[in-house]
Structure formats: C-alpha cells, structure tokens
Design a protein around this ligand. Sequence first.
Ligand code: SF4
Length: 300
Amino acid sequence: MKPIINTFSKYYRQKYGQPVGKLPIDTGQPCPNRAKGGCLFCKAESFTAAHLKKGDSLARQIQEGKQNLLQGRSQLYFAYFQQETCTASPVELLLQQTRQLLQEPSCIGIIFSTRPDSIAEEFLSPLAQLISISGKECHFELGLQSAHEQSLVLLNRNHTVKDFETAIRLLQSYSLFLTGAHLIFGIPGESEEQMIESAAYVSSLKIDTLKLHHLQVIRETGLEKLYHAGKIELFEKDAYIRFLLRLLPLIPPHIIIHRLWSHSHPNLLVAPRWNILPGLLSAELLEKMQDNNISQGCGI
Ligand code: SF4
C-alpha cells in the first residue's frame, strides 16, 4: 500500500494546482489565559514567526511574511491567525483585519487558531457574511490538547472538553467554516491509549482538520520546572514514530493534517532534542508506513 497522509500541503497543492502557504498574522492582543497563569507548556516566542514584529501594521506583516516566509515558494496562502488567542481581540479589530486580508488576491482563506471558550456569535455572524461574500475558505483550529479533563487541569487550560464540543457544534451550525482540533501527545500522566482516545473523540465530532504534535519543553515555562524536577517523560523520536504508526490508521482519511510534530527554535527548546530535519523525519515515517502497509484511515 502506498503510504498516504492527507497533509495540508498535499491537499491544497492538489486543489489549487500549486503550492499553498500559511502566512502568520498577529492581532497584537494578548491571550486571556496568560492572566490565569498561561498554559503549562506555552511561551509565545516559541510559535512566533521570525518576521512578526510587535506593533507592525497588517500590511507590513503581509509584506514581510511574503518576503521572509513564503519567499516565492508559494504565491497563494492562508492568512493564519496563529498568535495568542486571536478571537479574544476586539471584534471590530478582528473583522477589519479579516476584511483587509480577504481583499488580497493571493490570500485564499483565513485560519483562526484559538481557544474553544473564545468563540462567540457576536464575531461569527458578521464573519460568516464576509466569508460568504468573498467566496474564500475559513478554518477554525481550536486548541483542545487532550480530551481528558485531568490533563486540561494539569496544563492549566482553564476550559473543559465540553467547551470544545460546544464551540465545534456552533461553528458547524454555519455550514461554512472548516473546523479542526489541536492535540498534544505526551502530556504527563497520559498513556498512548488515552492519546488515541483524544484523537478518536475529536474525529467523532466530524472535524475537517487536525494539528498534532509531540510535547516539547520550552524554556521559561512551567513545564520546564517539571522537566528539571524529573517529573515528566517525553517521547523519543523512535517511540513517537511508532505511536504515529498506531494512530494514523485510525484517523479518517478526509481529515486534513496540518502537522504531526513540532520543531521549536533550538534556542527555546529544552527537550526532546531529536536532531533531525523535518524532511528526514517525514521520510522516515513514510518509509515505516510503507514497510507496515499503513495509510491514514486504513484501520477504520
Ligand atoms: S491558550 Fe494558547 S496562547 Fe494562551 S497560554 Fe494557552 S497555549 Fe498559550
């Protein structure tokens, strides 16, 4: 069997006949969960694209992103509100930025990456109008991390699994937005079975996309303290690949996978340090899938 993963890059390359990139955008507003201590693993710098500078206008963010990130490799892109909790920004600001982005001919859609407890009709209703008029795509990627409440408490997420489900149902009620979940594997105390349960749970909600990765310890986070106290175990590369070989057959083939691992900047990453380039990791996974006759969704 040819190993198939329905990755974001493959799916959109086929759809548009050319590569499609993601261009990170920052509304400049902080995440409300930081006032409650922030998530145990989170440090904003670890997922901030190098070209994003505080206070830059939206026009400058687009220009810098095209120059430094896309670098001509892809003409088309999704504007990606990846920083902090974008939907906690003032509604008018977010709508105005969305409007501006949708006017860009090379922007084929918007991805809002946010918290499940930060999805309000007040924003969705005018947004739905903008999206319908533009004819472009709109994705919501909701951070859940785990479908196990005790893990959400440990991570200091300050939302529940039910919040996630309610937000997904609300988004799906518009029949316009693509919905997705962000999960982290290797949360302290979780078994592989529990991680697979999280993936099965979000898949059962008929989501369209998944962002998955292993837990990484980033400098100056609560997780770093636990790590140095010897209280957590992290996935080593080979064990994580073995885990993916169990997981991928159970993910419905239509689900678009944004990512399967993380590569935080070496200056910020404490552990695990796999010392392997993303392309080689990908090649290793595909080779093992081929050896084991595995494809995304083949076990359903
Ligand atoms: S909700 Fe997101 S941005 Fe906010 S602290 Fe948690 S991981 Fe970071």
